[in-house]
Design a protein around this ligand. Structure first.
Ligand code: AP5
Ligand code: ZN
Length: 213
């Protein structure tokens, strides 16, 4: 099963992807995580990408398309995969369709998590992520047992550079202008599954499972 997770920044794509990975046994492919890993490693690609990420803008298509193309052909993607944060505009979606048809594959479901803007800002500015295992927390909505420490691995929790109010505002605008048109794109393909993203994390997971089976 090949899935796309669509939705604005902070909708809970990463949070739900972690649960879906366990349930469906398919890997999460997060272009944001891949780019942040390149930034942390200090590679040329990372240095270039960081400028865009800190401004809340999209990294150029050729950079992310290259990362995804390589990743989906790896062994663990043979039984399916979950794309989180890709595609981000119509051009990326068209490239993905082409790429998959060349590989004799296709997207089965596009899970679109819907959450109003005011809630997104609260979720993003309170998010904390584990440096070691990537687990996500929220200082109010999903706090770790011990402040600043990951429940799962004991790693240090940090706040993403782009989770400040100013960058969040620009990420939300970029989502509306460039990513939201994908809702229509996938609706036309009959693949869109709308999920109400308000409520408890587990409740939302159940909504997704009831749609995907
Ligand atoms: P990326 O890393 O993809 O970020 P994003 O799309 O902005 O999404 P987020 O990771 O912020 O949100 P999420 O939906 O995963 O929310 P989460 O589950 O963590 O992209 C970052 C940057 O990289 C982009 O700006 C761009 O520059 C670049 N980039 C990436 N992909 C690209 C591409 N394809 N093309 C070009 N550029 C690209 O949840 C958020 C918080 O809310 C957490 O604290 C969580 O605990 C909490 N939470 C989750 N669910 C709930 C709930 N139900 N109730 C209360 N709190 C909740
Ligand atoms: Zn951890």
């Amino acid at each position: 099963m090949n899935i796309i997770l669509l939705g604005p920044p902070g909708a809970g794509k990463g949070t739900q992807a972690k649960r879906m990975m366990e349930r469906y046994g398919i890997p999460q492919i997060s272009t944001g995580d891949m780019l942040r890993a390149a930034v942390a490693a200090g590679t040329q690609l990372g240095l270039e990408a960081k400028k865009y990420m800190d401004a809340g803008q999209l990294v150029p298509d050729e950079v992310v398309v290259g990362l995804v193309k390589e990743r989906i052909q790896q062994e663990d993607c043979k039984k399916g995969f979950m794309l989180d944060g890709f595609p981000r505009n119509v051009s990326q979606a068209e490239t993905l369709d082409k790429m998959l048809s060349e590989l004799g594959q296709q997207i089965d479901h596009v899970v679109c998590i819907e959450v109003p803007d005011e809630e997104l800002v609260k979720r993003l500015t309170g998010r904390r992520t584990c440096r070691q295992c990537g687990a996500g927390f929220h200082v109010v909505f999903d706090p770790p047992k011990k402040e600043g420490v990951c429940d799962k691995c004991g790693g240090e929790l940090y706040q993403r550079d782009d989770d400040n109010v100013e960058t969040v505002t620009s990420r939300l605008k970029v989502y509306k202008d460039q990513t939201e048109p994908l809702i229509n794109y996938y609706e036309k393909q009959g693949k869109l599954r709308r999920i109400d993203g308000l409520g408890a994390i587990d409740e939302i997971f159940q909504r997704i499972v009831s749609v995907l089976g």
